[in-house]
Design a binder for this molecule. Sequence first.
Ligand code: ACO
Length: 361
Amino acid sequence: MNVQVTQPAIGLDGIPAAITALSLVDGLKGELIIAGAAVEALAKTHSFEETAIQLWQIADSAAAAVEAAQFGAFRVSAFAQAQTICPSLTHLAPIDGLRAGIAALDIPDGPDAALAITAALPVLVMTLEALRAGKTPLAPDPTLSHAADTLRQLRGTAPSEAEAKALGAYLTTVSDHGMNASTFACRVIIATRASLVSAVTGAYAALSGPLHGGAPGPVLDMLDEIGGEQNIAPWIAEALEGGGRLMGFGHRIYRTRDPRADVLKAALGELAPSNPRLDFALKVEREAQAQLAARHPGRKLDTNVEFYTALLLDALGIPRTLFTPMFAIGRVAGWTAHAIEHHARRGRLIRPEAIYDGARP
Ligand code: ACO
């Protein structure tokens, strides 16, 4: 007899898969705590390097502390590896090139592995980007902050302080977020005692889908497609009528506004107070919220982090093809911290079950 599955869409909602001190997502209150601080405060007070170090220390308080200044030296070592890894990957789209680049990293497990992998991500992204454009990749400047050097490697010139601050706030804001799909993937892989590079490769693969970290590029595509103010309401109505999902709206956990959206909106306001794309996006946001509320009265579908990620990264001159890789440059701090925490707490193999509703002999 087949088992009747009454819940048609099993997504492990509400089932704890780990115990963690790294971050807390309170979906009902719309609160996010990372490394013991509210995300709104953390994005103002902590650089990305400080946030990552704090996450790693919380994950394993017995581990030797890393210093922020070490990130630069590790970016320089990653650049040497990137010169051999990246030339054969330029045929891939940036989102896929990074996946292959992470998988090819030669970083053995050990006390420095989390720092080495975290430092390598922007270097891989920017080396690939330069090679794709037929340019000579720019070596990292170890004296700059992680955010500033990432922008410098992309553009060839150092960014302004305000730009580096805005990107730093973004990286900190997305550094960790509870048991999201990519972090869960990372935990599943590390729990098999696979290497940290393997766990981060798998986590990135999970991040790359449009229902997770692949949404911000399509957010800009959506704004471009809508085009003008007069098209906003009919475009959204037609998209929803056709069963489409509006990119940058809705969240599995938040039943109210995603607090990260407001942190990034504030960072964008500081960086580019008069921004025509932002004005237009605000109108799209209002109309989308109204139409989603009318169609789903029992399910609050509000703006998520990806909507303002798209606007902030666009204002920083980052091409939309790099939006998901940029997300990974921040989230890798959380992935590696979860992997460290899993082992520090002697985590078990993660092995759930499936409800079988197939034929029996
Ligand atoms: N646009 C239109 N309808 C939506 C949206 C949306 N953005 N989000 C949810 N819905 C609808 C669903 O179609 C569903 O309708 P139905 O009941 O008629 O079938 C209903 O709202 C309930 O949605 P769920 O499937 O329960 O939402 P779920 O928790 O599975 O999905 C998700 C969350 C994937 C983020 C979803 O809201 C979505 O696809 N959003 C657009 C993509 C996006 O912005 N992704 C980035 C998320 S943030 C991040 O991961 C960093």
